[in-house]
Design a protein around this ligand. Structure first.
Ligand SMILES: C[S@@+](CC[C@H](N)C(=O)[O-])C[C@H]1O[C@@H](n2cnc3c(N)ncnc32)[C@H](O)[C@@H]1O
Length: 262
C-alpha cells in the first residue's frame, strides 16, 4: 500500500503559510523545502526532559494535512498528553517508547519496533541526541542507523520520516530522499535542533529511463528528468517551473511522476 501523502514540498509550504500567515513561509523550489522555526520560550511544556517545545506539533501538522497514519517515535510524554496535542482530527496516531511508565500505545525499542511493515504515512522521531541525553532516560544511546532502517520498514512507500536531532543523521542516498531541512530554535541558551525531512521513495514512481538521441543521456518518461553520464561524472537535471534546467539536489533523486511546484 502506498502512503496517503500526495503533496509536493511547495504545496506543503503553501498550506503551512495559510495556517501561519504571520510567520515566514518556508523557502521552496520544485523539490526542496527549508525554513527556520522560532518557537519561543514557553514553560507550558510537558516537563519531561527533552520534550517538544509547545507549538512544534502544530507546525509539523501544518506541513502534513495529507497524512493519516502517524507514528510518534520516542514518544516520551506525548501519549499521556495526547488530548492537548494539536493534531489534525484525521491523524490516527500511535506512540512508541521504550519506557512503559510513559504509557505509550506501543512499548518497545525504536531499533526493533514491534510494528508491521508499511504501516504509516508519517513517522515523527525525537531520539535522545547524545549519550548524556540517553542517560536521562536510563537507556543506552539509540543507534541512529538501526532506527532509520526500522523507520524505513514501517513507512509505506512514499511516506515521510521527520527526524529531530542535533545532527543530520547519516543516511544512504540510495535508500532515502532528503527533501527538506528546518532549523528549530527555541530561545536563547537552548540548543538549536534540526528537523530533517526524508521520504521513503514511492515504488510506483521510480524513474523509467528511455534513451534520447544523444549518447550518455536518458530521460525519465514519467517526470521528464534527464540523466547524463560522462567519463567524469553522473548528473541529474530537472525542469524548473520557469522551464529552465536545474541540477537536481540529490545524487540519485526520486521520480516526481510529473508533479512540479505550483
Ligand atoms: C527526547 S525524549 C522524547 C520527548 C518527546 N518528544 C516529548 O515531547 O515528550 C526521548 C524518549 O526516547 C525514549 N527512548 C530512549 N531510547 C529509546 C529506544 N531505544 N527506543 C524507544 N524509545 C527510547 C525515552 O524513554 C524518551 O521518552
Amino acid at each position: 500500500m502506498q502512503a496517503h501523502l500526495h503533496m509536493t514540498p511547495a504545496a506543503r509550504a503553501q498550506h503551512y503559510a495559510q495556517v501561519f500567515p504571520d510567520y515566514p513561509a518556508p523557502r521552496v523550489d520544485a523539490r526542496w523545502l527549508d525554513s527556520v522555526w522560532v518557537l519561543g520560550n514557553n514553560y507550558r511544556g510537558s516537563g519531561i526532559y527533552g520534550a517538544y517545545p509547545p507549538g512544534y506539533i502544530k507546525r509539523v501538522a501544518a506541513l502534513f494535512p495529507d497524512a493519516r497514519d502517524v507514528l510518534h517515535l520516542f514518544s516520551g510524554s506525548l501519549s499521556a498528553n495526547r488530548e492537548s496535542l494539536q493534531h489534525p482530527e484525521h491523524w490516527q496516531c500511535d506512540y512508541l517508547d521504550a519506557n512503559p511508565e510513559l504509557h505509550p500505545t506501543i512499548i518497545g525499542s525504536a531499533e526493533a519496533m514491534p510494528v508491521e511493515d508499511a504501516r504509516y504515512d508519517l513517522v515523527l522521531a525525537d531520539p535522545p541526541y547524545s549519550v548524556e541525553d540517553a542517560q536521562h532516560y536510563g537507556k543506552p544511546m539509540a543507534n541512529r542507523s538501526k532506527v532509520l532502517e526500522e523507520a524505513y520498514r514501517v513507512l509505506r512507500p512514499g511516506g515521510c520520516l521527520l527526524w529531530l536531532d542535533q545532527v543530520l543523521p547519516m543516511y544512504s542516498k540510495a535508500v532515502w530522499h532528503l527533501w527538506g531541512l528546518i532549523a528549530v530554535v527555541r530561545s536563547t541558551n537552548h540548543r538549536v535542533r534540526l528537523l530533517s525531512c526524508f521520504q521513503r521513495p514511492s515504488s510506483l514512481e521510480d524513474h523509467e529511463w528511455v534513451s534520447v538521441a544523444i549518447p550518455g543521456v536518458t530521460r525519465c518518461c514519467r517526470c521528464g528528468m534527464l540523466h547524463i553520464v560522462s567519463d567524469e561524472e553522473e548528473m541529474f537535471f530537472h525542469c524548473g517551473s520557469d522551464g529552465r534546467l536545474r541540477a537536481a539536489v540529490a545524487s540519485s533523486p526520486v521520480c516526481t511522476n510529473g508533479r512540479t511546484s505550483p
